[in-house]
Design a protein around this ligand. Sequence first.
Ligand SMILES: Cc1cc2nc3c(=O)[nH]c(=O)nc-3n(C[C@H](O)[C@H](O)[C@H](O)COP(=O)(O)O)c2cc1C
Length: 290
Amino acid sequence: MITDIYYFSGTGNSLYIARELHNRIPDSRLIPIAALLNRRSKKTNKNIKATAKTNGIVFPCHGLTIPIPVKKFLRYLDLTSSEYLFAIATRGGTIFHGFEAIDKILHNQGTRLDASFIINMAMNDPKLKSFTIPSTKELYTLEKIIQTKLNLIQDTVINHKSYHDNINGVTFSRFNSLNYILERIVPFAVHHISPKVKKYFYTDSKCTGCGICEKVCLSEKIKIVNDRPIWQKNKTCYMCYACLNYCPTQSIQIYSKFYMKSFTEEKERYSHPYALVKDIVIQKLDPTTH
Ligand SMILES: Cc1cc2nc3c(=O)[nH]c(=O)nc-3n(C[C@H](O)[C@H](O)[C@H](O)COP(=O)(O)O)c2cc1C
């Protein structure tokens, strides 16, 4: 019985999980969400048909919920032939409301998640105050926990068991009412405000025009013009931060209009140790070539 693992990954954490599962689940196929979305013609407006009986989605947590492209993808995904559906969110460690969001979308198709899992991994958002690159020792400890979690996921998925992880994680404050408000503002900001901000990403003088940002840009928003990246207005940013984290000179920065300064200068960058530029770029290629 075939298992299709659909994945989206900006800096390789979710890709690593998807690949590990692919190695553990017989007859499984890895399918990149970015390629499916970027190839879907707006004119024909066709749904993306899931053909396997077992289907899974692996993605990062963005702004406490599912990333923009995953939301879009789920809206187009026709699951009528699917018998079992699971989702895996990788995250830096906050509370996560993405599984509710997924079930809301699936409700229209008369279905819901059979299993949902959360995996804590390294944070890839350098604009956060608490952002640090994990040491080798920390990564090793994390990896041991990840492998135990993968054992559970493998057994659950192969045997079509029902399972739902606890979504708890770091919240914003001690006050429930403040959390209630912020937990609604943050996803809205990540999905609707940040992708529309005029000067969100910019390059500083370290930019060499190498074009890696254009290559890893999963939404195809970045174009190199006169040796500099341009974030095209007519494309929606997927907020994956691949451009920011894979820039070899760390010249891509995030500008805060509110504070009128950069959030990311002087900060290091993160990508999963096993995810090179080519591993991110492959997500944009024809899924049948994987
Ligand atoms: C725009 C953005 C928003 C994020 N928001 C959250 C969040 O709300 N909670 C959290 O725990 N991690 C958050 N993260 C961290 C990622 O979920 C985490 O590092 C993930 O494992 C990255 O996976 P990837 O390498 O497959 O993209 C965010 C990352 C980005 C780029």
